[in-house]
Design a protein around this ligand. Sequence first.
Ligand code: 4AD
Ligand code: MG
Length: 435
Amino acid sequence: MSLRITISDAAGHAGETVEIAGWLYNLRKSGKIVFPILRDGSGIMQCVALKSLLPEEVFEELKHLTQESSLIVRGKLRAEVRAPGGYELDVEGVTILQKVSETEPYPITPKDHGIEFLMDHRHLWLRSQRQHAIIRVRHEIIKAVRDYFDSHGFTLVDTPIFTPAACEGTTNLFEVNYFEDDKAYLTQSGQLYSEATAMAFGKVYCFGPTFRAEKSKTRRHLTEFWMVEPEMAFADLEEIKRVAEEMILFIVGRVLENKREELKVLERDISKLEMIQGPFIRMSYDDAVKNLQANGSEIVWGGDLGGGDETILTKQFDKPIMVDRFPTAIKAFYMQPDPEREEVALGVDVLAPEGYGEIIGGGQRIHDPDLLLRRIEEHGLPKEAFDWYLDLRKYGTVPHGGFGMGIERCVAWICGLEHIRETIAFPRLLNRLRP
Ligand code: 4AD
Ligand code: MG
């Protein structure tokens, strides 16, 4: 019995005879040698099988092995500078667990496939090197997010997914039947509940799936996405911006530290990420509108920034832009108006560079009970559904706020992807619920 190792652990076992369990990624043949390329989830390794050193039937079996067949390979590990990963395995024995049928071969081949075909085979496409790299960067980003908040005094308090009322407007709510007579909605954001937990714990975050019935097909919108949302009692807009900036710098630093190989697979221009340093660009909505008008946008004061507008703005700088003080009229009911200028709200969007656009939205929440009640009425929201939320303003109200960052938007930016659909294992889009 030889020691079972993973490919990522090869470095510690050079010169040893080991076994690796995995799948056949590719196979090169040249006369009396075959080079099975094995993947095991942790990495990829080229193996070398010499006809002269193996029993005839083992060599023949390997030679005719089909892509994605599952197998266990035994052999001696050898350092090889030219090999990806730096090691090769000289095959001494093979156990084939399943040979993929020749009449029904693995559908994803090294040739080009159309995007719809790949999306239909997402369950298999995840095995490819590029998808593998993206999901590993995503994991690093999520871990960095958690480490950042866990080491800065935040308590994780997750919030419900079934909710009785809207948080981010009623136009993109998913409605579900909740037993006989009740309706529930899939949450758009945990924020309202995080405001309650912030009043209990001071600094909190929630991190879970959120849902938006987005009727538009864009490269930035999913119908189900993961959002991390910190919320802080006693925080003002400047503090919220400071935390958002510090968190982003932490995430980018971690990815650069631990996921360079993956970024290389993705052909990401790493220098663009290395340029991400504080302080970020700070810009008011007023100035953003002026800038956009000067650069050919049709935007007028009062309108929301469109995807195209965000692209124009973010292409001008090599770091994120924090745009604050949007018109109160276009923002959610809970946004605190600027006391010095009621027509703008103390909210901020963080736009990622290179045309990526909004990855964070947040700001200060209304803490005055009368104003909040008025806003709920103005927005035509059912007051009964918000009685508990109003309680937070009745029992020791304090200025507070936070933000939400969509993980997939952040992954798309950091990986340099054109479309958000590759940032999550099984994307949910307007026209896609399968696989
Ligand atoms: O700007 P949004 O709508 O803000 C909120 O939901 C606040 N309640 C958050 C808070 O203050 N706690 O959404 C926040 C972020 C966006 O900046 C974007 O990154 C992401 O969530 N997002 C989406 N990501 C993918 N697909 C969608 N359809 C998204 N909608 C929002
Ligand atoms: Mg937003």
